[in-house]
Design a protein around this ligand. Structure first.
Ligand code: HEM
Length: 397
């Protein structure tokens, strides 16, 4: 079915937009039609490889700080670390710096409020997507609105300060790059307003840290279960970087790490579903989908379908992605961790870079095994996360 869901006749469901409005405003995830084209056109260049390269040192810096903290914790006697909590905090720091170049202290205020908002909105899935659900949970709606206003106020201050600063475009973070693109497109009447920039910042901040942090966290769980893959990756890292520090130009050489990332995104897809709404009657094979129909593509179910992947569908086998972008899936639309078509995730190259940098640094300093206190309970709270955290036994190499 998902192969028919490609064309322009598809938009985003209204209920999806209502549920997520407090988090994404009118950011790229939410807009449609010509508005979407305008936003995507201004934002895409910010994610070019040349621009991403400038962000790699920020990633190394934040990750090294986290790993130094782990070393200190272990030295003082604790062996168990909740890697999901740690990595989410570090990914929050990284996205704050790569998005707005601000200190983590400022970024943390936005980060904590966004997190509180996510929990307020999505802790119970009962009313997600249900028409008039806002009226059914007035307390939740008010709380989300209040948090939304506070987040907007902080971001508005950041965007205004940057707009009025002499060096508004000089900083190579996403906001600086958007302001630069905005200058160019402004002549063509395509620039983003201050309000739209705030919503895009919110979108990057939210869309950009938790998904990547979850990809890394689930990876450490699977590597703890499969220590032979820790060794394969360490060997590959040594071969690619020698004794030197990881550098942006070498990341493409980390092939096995790329297979591992794909296999993790298949088994534990941080974005568990993708949404579309028919904008007209649409023929898909012998089926007519009436105008207005909402479609929730269940990515997790599709990634675990034995008819698509074979009997070993639930096994961790990164080698299935060796020489095959689709991991041997029998349908080219069966592997959708980043969505599909023109609306495919704009941040996937940023994620790939962050994933490889963080994992390289982590694996060269520590090994991992499962803690007896870990209980396996993946749950969908907007994203697919370990509901009881992810405590692992961490040992310095
Ligand atoms: C493992 C990490 C990530 C995963 C699994 C992920 C997943 C997704 C998915 C499934 C979509 C919807 C695509 C569709 O509707 O077809 C999406 C869209 C989007 N993502 Fe990501 N994402 C990740 C990282 C990021 C990062 C790092 C950023 C930005 C800094 C980002 C920003 C966005 C934006 C702005 C959109 C909307 C694109 C559009 O509608 O044009 N994502 N992502």
């Amino acid at each position: 079915m998902s192969s028919g869901v490609m064309g322009k006749s598809w938009g985003k469901p209204q209920v999806f937009k209502q549920d997520r409005e407090p988090m994404f405003g009118n950011g790229l995830v939410m807009v449609e039609g010509d508005e979407w084209v305008r936003h995507r056109h201004v934002i895409t260049p910010a994610f070019s490889p040349a621009n991403l390269k400038a962000m790699s040192s920020l990633m190394v810096e934040s990750t090294t700080k986290m790993l130094d903290k782990w070393a200190a914790l272990i030295n003082s006697g604790s062996q168990e670390i909740d890697v999901e909590r740690e990595i989410t905090a570090t990914a929050g720091e990284i996205i704050a710096k790569t998005s707005f170049g601000i200190s983590y202290e400022n970024g943390r205020k936005v980060f904590e409020k966004l997190r509180a908002m996510q929990i307020t909105l999505f802790k119970s899935n009962r009313y997600v997507g249900v028409p008039f659900s806002k009226l059914m949970c007035p307390g939740k709606t008010l709380e989300a609105k209040k948090l939304g206003k506070e987040i907007d106020a902080i971001l508005l201050t950041i965007v205004r300060a940057r707009k009025s600063s002499n060096d508004r475009c000089g900083q190579k973070d996403l906001l600086g790059l958007l302001l630069q693109e905005n200058g160019v497109d402004g002549r063509l009447g395509k620039m983003l307003t201050t309000r739209e920039l705030v919503d895009e910042c919110k979108t990057f901040f939210f869309g950009g840290h938790e998904t990547t942090a979850l990809a890394l966290s689930w990876t450490l769980l699977l590597l703890a279960r499969h220590p032979e893959w820790q060794n394969h990756l360490r060997e590959e890292i040594r071969g690619v970087t020698g004794d030197k520090e990881i550098d942006f130009t070498k990341l493409a050489g980390l092939k096995k790490m790329g297979w591992v990332m794909n296999e993790v995104l298949r088994l534990y897809s941080p974005a568990p579903n993708v949404q579309r709404q028919a904008r007209e009657d649409i023929q898909v094979d012998d089926l007519v989908i009436p105008n207005g129909t909402n479609m929730w593509i269940d990515v997790v179910a599709m990634h675990h379908d034995p008819k698509l992947w074979g009997d070993d569908v639930n096994e961790f086998k990164p080698e299935r992605f060796k020489d095959d972008l689709y991991g041997g899936c029998k349908h080219k639309m069966g592997f959708l961790p980043f969505g599909f078509g023109g609306r495919m995730c704009i941040g996937r190259n940023l994620t790939m870079m962050e994933y490889k940098i963080v994992l390289t640094l982590v694996l060269t300093r520590f090994s991992f095994s499962i803690s007896p206190s870990y209980s396996h309970s993946p749950a969908i709270v907007l994203s697919l996360r370990p509901s009881n955290g992810l405590p692992l036994i961490v040992t310095p190499l």
